[in-house]
Design a protein around this ligand. Structure first.
Ligand SMILES: C[S@@+](CC[C@H](N)C(=O)[O-])C[C@H]1O[C@@H](n2cnc3c(N)ncnc32)[C@H](O)[C@@H]1O
Length: 283
């Protein structure tokens, strides 16, 4: 089975935490939604696939933008996240469709999609060329793919700073460049190569740089976020010594307090750099 590790990770480990922390994640990640939606040029009547839709914040927003007359399918590996997504859609009076499947190998019945979008959900494939070829085959000629992915950790102080503080206490593993994970698409040349080999045309990769304001912008909110979600949370969870964990968290708090002290209005905001990637499906 492809992407077996990711399946297990998003169903058993990260998925339940993303659902628990949904309000905090919604507040944090929503800053990246408008750029993606505008980049995708959505319009009423379109049929859209949201890849790696998670708990559905973007799926619901796409639904609104393609209404009336449009349709949205939110696709994800994680059953628990899809359950939360469906509950959100119902709560917000929208009716996208959700499906648990692996975007790398999923088959799609019926008409092909006008648009494929993803907010940070396409960096986890073990065979990205196969995955993007599969998505292209599901897109109508002239249709388009638009997604956001992270630039390298070094361009992202929201993770570089906490990791550098953590490295004083624990060893930070260095994943192989391009290995499936949040930073797999940091190299734009690699992304372009993958998409072109998968048959996409007119590939454009533009920086979208802003700020990561964790949850409510408080130090406590940021500490909670970093302990629950993302690469640092995995490392903190594995620390066996309570003393080391406490010292690391205390150092993290001091580091974040220093950033907040220097920030306008004392709100904690750390730099965040993504790529907005778009491509078209040739006729
Ligand atoms: C970083 S989360 C982003 C979730 C959502 N797009 C958001 O912005 O809130 C990545 C998502 O991609 C999903 N995912 C990872 N690999 C996938 C695959 N091969 N097929 C479908 N979904 C996948 C995960 O289950 C997870 O929900």
């Amino acid at each position: 089975m492809p992407n077996e590790e990711q399946f297990e990770y998003w169903n058993e480990k990260a998925g339940p935490k993303w659902v628990d922390a949904q309000a905090m994640l919604d507040a944090t990640l929503n800053a990246f939604t408008a750029g993606l939606m505008d980049g995708a040029c959505l319009a009423p009547g379109q049929s859209v696939l949201d890849v790696g839709c998670g708990t559905g914040q973007t799926t619901v927003e796409v639904f609104r933008r393609v209404s009336p007359g449009g349709s949205v399918l939110g696709l994800d590996l994680s059953a628990v996240m899809l359950e939360a997504a469906a509950a959100r859609a119902a709560r917000e009076g929208t009716s996208p469709t959700f499906r648990q499947a692996d975007a790398q190998v999923a088959t799609f019945d019926g008409d092909r999609f006008d648009r494929i979008v993803s907010r940070l959900g396409v960096m986890f494939f073990d065979d990205p060329v196969a995955a993007f070829a599969n998505l292209r085959a599901a897109t109508r000629p002239g249709g388009a793919l638009t997604f956001l992915c992270w630039q390298s950790p070094l361009e992202n102080p929201w993770i570089a700073l906490p990791m550098s503080i953590a490295s004083r206490f624990i060893e930070i593993p260095r994943p192989e460049a391009g290995a499936p994970g949040p930073f797999a698409f940091a190299d734009p040349d690699r992304v372009r190569g993958i998409l072109e080999r998968a048959g996409w045309a007119e590939v454009s990769i533009e920086p979208r740089v802003g700020s990561m304001i964790f949850a409510d912008g408080s130090i406590d909110g940021a500490l909670l976020f970093l302990q629950k979600i993302g690469p640092l949370s995995r490392l903190v969870a594995e620390i066996e010594s309570d003393k080391v964990r406490e010292e690391l968290l205390q150092a993290l708090r001091s580091g974040l307090e220093q950033v907040a002290r220097e920030a306008p209005e004392g709100k904690l905001a750390l730099g965040a750099a993504t790529w907005l990637v778009s491509a078209s499906c040739p006729g």
